[in-house]
Design a protein around this ligand. Structure first.
Ligand SMILES: [Zn+2]
Length: 480
């Protein structure tokens, strides 16, 4: 597998690594001075009209199948990616767009192998100590119909995944003139339907000089079509009262699936070493991976910003036995989550565009709900602003185990950014999904609390002078 190195990724990685010790550098203003809980003016700029216009433009290429033709200017994946690149280039600002080309060898859904081309745009971070962290927003611009190998028939892919691609482009448009403290990468992948090829090639190439110090991924795949769940045998999708998560049930059962989006996160990291797996078992950390902390973080942001669409965390890697573009990032050891509508309509997704018995089939733009897609975009935008302006999650967070005590002593390494103002210890009952309590312990690297470590899970997050909080680092254990 070969790749052409995106210049932006290469340059950034180099300058970010050098700047890690530049702690005296004052932080640059970020996010247009918008603080946590006050992002509404920015979020209101998300345009449903622009989003649906992008979906329609992508649909108009007929098919964006990864093996479709690349010479035409009006049909096929080549025309689509050149159009996308021009859209990113037209945004201007600090955005650095490029095409990223990979030669992928033959595979199950790629009998001859293929050249897979991602469209990527990098927005460098403004704070030297934070610019070597990258937060990704991802959508796949390739499409398919009922036959995954049909490279010529129509495959409009409006919801799957022109919706996610449009979201990525819209967020680039809104952030390009307002760079954040950390780097944001806008990634439109190809080859998703042929086996997550573009995302995997990108994730596997984040090594050496291109390695980010921290990389977290928000993948949006099927985020525009909030159809109600079907009734089966007269039963609604949520018939019982046995759920132990009434808050989620209330959100999901509400009259309007346009108020919720699923956020999938892995629990056990995808490729742990034997030692890491043993550590997770010892700590009972099977629901505390970095991806899961990212999902909890997104839920926190949605509440803080009082967003109309709230995330419904689903604590599994993806839909049942399935995968998406976040999966290769998980495989490479990065925190990555997937956004998808509450219900999926399989008469549209991956379906041929036909009429049967008066019912339309196929994944066309008429079924994309632009206001809903805009609300999912707002959730992503708010999460990116919080992630990229907050400090790095604290490192080496551990519960000291040198002696038995009913108290709990936590110790950690400070986060590297110069605007770190302090730390919050968080904890929750072992049966709770979200961090339930937080305590501001100020700017220090150790604290002892009169709370029994046997009965709760502990974590720690850093906050900066503007009040942006990092995702939580789960507390491990060490003698010192
Ligand atoms: Zn998809």
């Amino acid at each position: 597998m070969t790749s052409s190195t995106p210049h932006a990724l290469r340059g950034l990685a180099a300058c970010g690594l050098l700047s890690l010790s530049a702690a005296a550098q004052p932080p640059a203003p970020a996010g247009a001075g918008l603080g946590p809980g006050a992002l509404a003016p920015l979020l209101e700029e998300v345009s449903p009209d622009a989003l649906i216009a992008t979906v329609r433009s992508l649909e108009n290429f007929g098919t964006r199948h990864t093996l479709s033709e690349t010479e035409s200017d009006t049909r096929g994946i080549g025309a689509a990616r050149r159009w996308l690149l021009r859209e990113f280039q037209a945004i201007g600002g600090g955005l650095q767009p490029s095409l990223e080309t990979f030669d992928v060898p033959p595979g199950v859904r790629l009998p001859q192998g293929a050249t897979v081309v991602n469209v990527v745009a990098v927005l460098p971070g403004t704070m030297p100590a934070a610019a070597q962290r990258a937060y990704y927003v991802v959508g796949h611009y390739d499409s398919r119909n009922a036959d995954v190998m049909d490279a010529t028939g129509d495959a409009p892919g409006a919801n799957d995944d022109a919706s996610g691609t449009a979201l990525v482009l819209e967020l680039a448009r809104l952030l390009a003139s307002r760079p954040l403290e950390s780097t944001v990468v806008f990634l439109c992948t190809a080859g998703e339907e042929q086996g997550l090829l573009g995302a995997r090639a990108h994730a596997l190439n984040l090594t050496g000089e291109k390695a980010w110090r921290l990389c977290m991924v928000l993948s949006n795949d099927i985020v525009g079509d909030p159809v109600p769940g079907p009734a089966v045998d007269g039963l609604s999708a949520w018939p019982g009262d046995l759920t132990t998560t009434p808050d989620l049930r209330a959100a999901a059962e509400g009259p309007d699936p346009r108020r919720v989006v699923r956020v999938f996160s892995e629990g056990i990291p995808r490729n742990p070493s034997a030692a890491e797996l043993a550590r997770l078992r010892t700590l009972a950390a099977e629901s505390d991976s970095p991806s899961r902390q990212l999902a909890r973080f997104i839920a926190d942001v949605a509440l803080t910003e009082r967003l109309l669409v709230q995330p419904m965390p689903v604590f599994r890697p993806d839909r049942f036995l399935r995968g998406g573009d976040h999966t290769p990032f998980n495989e490479a050891g990065h925190a990555a989550v997937r956004f998808t509508t509450l219900h999926e309509d399989y008469s549209r997704q991956h379906a041929d565009v036909v009429q049967r018995g008066g019912k339309p089939y196929g994944d066309t733009a008429e079924f994309v709900d632009a206001p809903y897609l805009a609300d999912v975009a707002r959730l992503n935008l708010a999460a990116l602003v919080h992630l990229a302006n907050a400090p790095t999650p604290p490192a080496n967070v551990r519960i000291l185990t040198a002696g038995l005590s009913p108290n709990t002593t936590l110790r950690w390494s400070p986060s590297p950014e110069p605007d770190v103002a302090g730390y919050e210890v968080v904890w929750r009952d072992t049966t709770q999904w979200q961090w339930a309590h937080s305590l501001d312990v100020g700017d220090r690297t150790e604290v002892t609390l009169p709370i029994n470590k046997d009965n709760v899970y502990f974590g720690l997050r850093a906050y900066d002078r503007d009040g942006f909080r990092s995702p939580v680092t789960f507390a491990g254990a060490a003698e010192r």
